[in-house]
Design a protein around this ligand. Structure first.
Ligand code: UDP
Length: 503
């Protein structure tokens, strides 16, 4: 941490995450970034959700950062969850996920009390924590919202809500234009959750989130200007929303901390970055032996699960695509034990011929994507995965399932032009999964299309590579995201000094 940062370190920011790793890990990365710029960070967590990052904190603090963890008790007993299930990704069925959500709402009161006691200068909270806007207002401090979304999807969803174009079509499959956006973007009702048409509990929850976002001081977006400038400008000007784009957050963070560590150099060469790592994941060792740019990485994030029938289709497709692959498998819990989900002899064949690898647990995804042997990514288009893929400069097969992933497919295919479409046309809940079955030939064709040598495939690859270069530049000193981070922290200092918050 430089001495200027240290001098300014009178700013305290209270970070409040959502209960799932794809939200709390990026927020923790932002917290580290703030701390690397001299901000005193208080990061709120529950015990089990802290386990993947809390051990890193003492050494970060020894490097001169100031990060405090505050623990709030997760009400396991009250909501009837077993000890240790404190996140949506740990919930294996809808009932458990509902209980995690119930617990999330119960945490509001104790968290409010903790924030009031800490007297921070600002709150940085996940978009789901809508009540933090009112809390910040009451305390006379700004709330920044963290969205785990692209600027494109934020703008497109705004157009969807503002103009309700889905009301003018006759069926769920008829495309409608999202008005007012920089590109002609068509969507269907089937790519959206059912509650857009029939209000339920989630409609109310989302409305509260939207209202709180609108009344908050501004947004931190995990994207970079060079990737989505039309949409970032649109969001800032047409929608008049204070927006700081500081992504790719995971990349930026590496850089800042490498800098603190006097290793003032981005090290994205996977072999080098693993030199000192005695426990290298076997899949990275396997990748070291594979030819450059030839391996397909297949993963659908930390929440989605597939039926045995769908897994079987994917297995057939990958084997017959002729491309080596790493496939991260998450099976539906409800599937009966013993139901066949791999073709006969699949695992033996792929291992003997060294053409594939299955991972039935947590894969080191960012390292896999950065490995030179990887040539393309079959993804569910979750925004963290998308950012990691963009930073690695890879083309994708876009296979959305849930959340705002159908918007990200549009971004990959229609706007950035680095994606091949496949997969579902119908939105599904992450936990319940989908009834749609994407057949093996469709998947195989999409993989061949992405990995091919024809002109379109090469152009997609080239464009993706350029985004990867731009992502790395954005987080370096003088880059757009680096400067944006400086700007937001300067703004918080200015607000503190003027003690005035204009919402
Ligand atoms: N992830 C990982 N290993 C896995 C599965 C997921 O590292 O085996 C990480 C992935 O790198 C990304 C996050 O989990 O950072 C998934 O977030 P995303 O927004 O893509 O999808 P979600 O899990 O929210 O559906």
């Amino acid at each position: 941490m430089d001495s200027n940062a240290r001098k300014k370190s009178s700013l305290t920011a209270y970070f409040i995450p959502y209960l799932t790793p794809s939200h709390y890990l990026p927020l923790f990365q932002i917290a580290k970034l703030f701390a690397s710029r001299g901000v005193h960070v208080i990061f709120l967590t529950t015990y089990h959700n802290s386990l993947s990052f809390r051990d890193s904190i003492p050494s970060l603090n020894q490097l001169g950062l100031h990060i405090d963890l505050e623990y709030v008790d997760f009400p396991s007993k009250e909501v009837g969850l077993p000890e240790g299930i404190e996140s949506f990704s740990a919930a294996t069925n809808t009932d458990m996920a509902g209980r995690v959500l119930q617990a999330f709402f119960m945490l509001q009161a104790p968290i409010e009390a903790m924030v009031r006691a800490a007297k921070p200068d600002c709150i940085v909270a996940d978009t789901h924590c809508f009540w933090t806007t009112a809390l910040a207002e009451d305390l006379g401090i700004p709330r920044l919202v963290h969205h785990g979304q692209a600027a494109f999807s934020l703008a497109a969803i705004d157009a969807f809500d503002r103009y309700t174009p889905y009301e003018n079509v006759k069926s769920d499959d008829e495309p409608f234009l999202l008005p007012g956006l920089p590109h002609p973007i068509y969507m269907t009702r089937s790519e959206h959750p059912p509650w857009i048409q029939s209000s339920n509990f989630y409609t109310t929850f989302l409305n509260k989130i939207k209202e709180a976002d609108g009344n908050s001081y501004g947004l931190l977006v995990d994207t970079f200007y060079e990737l989505e400038k039309d949409y970032i400008d649109f969001y800032r000007t047409t929608l008049d929303c204070r927006t700081w784009c500081i992504g790719p957050i995971f990349l930026h963070h590496d850089h800042a901390l490498h800098k603190i560590n006097s290793k003032d150099k981005l090290n994205h060469d996977n072999n080098k970055s693993d030199e000192n790592n005695p426990s290298k994941h076997p899949c990275l060792e396997w990748l070291d032996k594979m030819p450059r740019g030839k391996v397909v990485y297949v993963s659908f994030g930390s929440l989605s699960r597939f039926s045995s029938a769908q897994l079987l289709e994917i297995a057939h497709a990958l084997e017959s695509s002729g491309h080596p692959f790493i496939w991260v498998v998450r099976k539906k819990e409800s599937e009966e034990v013993g139901v066949k989900w791999l073709p006969e002899g699949f695992e033996e064949r792929i291992s003997q011929k060294s053409i594939g690898m299955l991972i039935e647990g947590w894969a080191p995804q960012p390292q896999i994507l950065e490995h030179p042997a990887i040539g393309g990514f079959v993804t569910h288009c979750g925004w963290n995965s998308s950012e990691e893929s963009l930073a690695a400069g890879l083309p994708v097969v876009a296979w959305p399932l849930s959340a705002e992933q159908f918007y990200n497919r549009k971004l990959f295919i229609d706007v950035l032009k680095i994606g091949v479409g496949v997969g579902n046309m119908k939105w599904s809940s992450m936990i319940d999964g989908t009834d749609e079955l994407v057949k093996r030939d469709k998947i195989e064709n999409a993989v061949r299309e992405m990995m091919g040598d024809h002109v379109e495939a090469q152009e997609r690859r080239q464009r993706a590579k350029e985004f990867g270069i731009a992502a790395k530049k954005a987080v370096q000193q003088g880059g757009s995201s680096y400067d944006s981070l400086t700007a937001v922290i300067d703004e918080l200092h200015r607000l503190k000094n003027s003690s005035k918050v204009a919402a």
